[in-house]
Write a protein that binds this ligand. Structure first.
Ligand code: FES
Length: 276
């Protein structure tokens, strides 16, 4: 059916009378490669999740006792199955059967934090759920209920996952700092710098969280009466503009840190030592 044309408009333009939607037959009028970003996102997230699943199920090559390196994928390591050098907070939990991740207590919170993150929501709604896959491209589903029902209602828990993520970031920071303390005093290798860089970026990602920004400056009527909170809110707002980049960078640094420690632990590569 031809699109109704408003008198006076140029021929071929799919216009309509006021109050009526244009009758456009094409699925989308976009002519660019709009499908590339969601496709790349799907590939990147799938690859990362597969890597993390395999690494956490392997139960090996997660610690280098000689240099005090512990991969963040196995921290905190609280099971009797953990290598004593990895148990920075003791081993109060019983032995774990094969395939159960040693950091089972932290992983649900970390996963919850990332899954409910405002950026990742956009990313997987577009790339996996096609809702919608891109701007000006129709939704892949007939019905849209937003985040008003279970399970998407749970996205509201993000602010609580934020608090858990702060605790886990503190633990990761402790792991990174304690690795500088060797039997013969201060020690430093490339692994230390990688662990340190990873926690700095993890803090940047965590601090750039929208919930963190709200905690710092939300619900205030007068910034002028709360200069400290205003300053904090301003700094977090600057970081917040980089939240998407930090989300991807920290996925990369987490996997890279884990892979480096696994390769050193497995004696595939030596650690580059600077001090001791
Ligand atoms: S919005 Fe992304 S971590 Fe909070």
């Amino acid at each position: 059916m031809a699109a109704p044309t408003v008198p006076g408009s140029s021929p071929g333009t799919p216009t309509t009378e006021p109050g009526r939607r244009a009758a456009i037959g094409a699925r989308t009028l976009r002519t660019d490669r709009w499908w590339v970003p969601p496709a790349l996102t799907a590939v990147g997230l799938t690859a990362w999740v597969l890597y993390a699943l395999v690494r956490t199920a392997l139960q090996n090559y997660y610690v280098v006792p000689e240099y005090g390196y512990l991969t963040p994928f196995y921290s905190p390591c609280l099971s009797q199955s953990c290598d004593p050098a990895a148990a920075h907070f003791g081993r109060p939990l019983p032995e774990f059967p094969p395939l159960v991740p040693y950091a089972i207590l932290a992983l649900p919170f970390l996963l919850g934090f990332r899954l409910t993150c405002y950026y990742y929501r956009k990313a997987y709604y577009r790339s996996f759920w096609l809702s919608p896959p891109a701007c000006a491209v129709p939704d892949g589903h007939k019905k849209y209920t937003g985040e008003t029902r279970f399970p998407l209602l749970a996205q509201n828990l993000h602010r609580y996952f934020f608090y858990a993520a702060v605790i886990i970031s503190i633990i990761n920071t402790y792991d990174a700092i304690i690795a500088f303390a060797g039997d013969e005093g201060f020690q430093m290798g490339l692994g230390n710098l990688i662990l340190l860089g990873n926690v700095v970026l993890l803090w940047a990602y965590t601090a750039s969280c929208h919930s963190c920004r709200h905690i710092a400056g939300g619900r205030m009527k007068h910034f002028s009466k709360n200069p400290t909170r205003y300053w904090l809110w301003t700094q977090i707002s600057k970081l917040n503009t980089r939240h998407m980049q930090l989300a991807w960078i920290t996925l990369g640094t987490l996997a890279f840190t884990d892979a480096y420690i696994a390769l050193v632990a497995a004696d595939v590569i030596p650690d580059l030592r600077f001090i001791n």
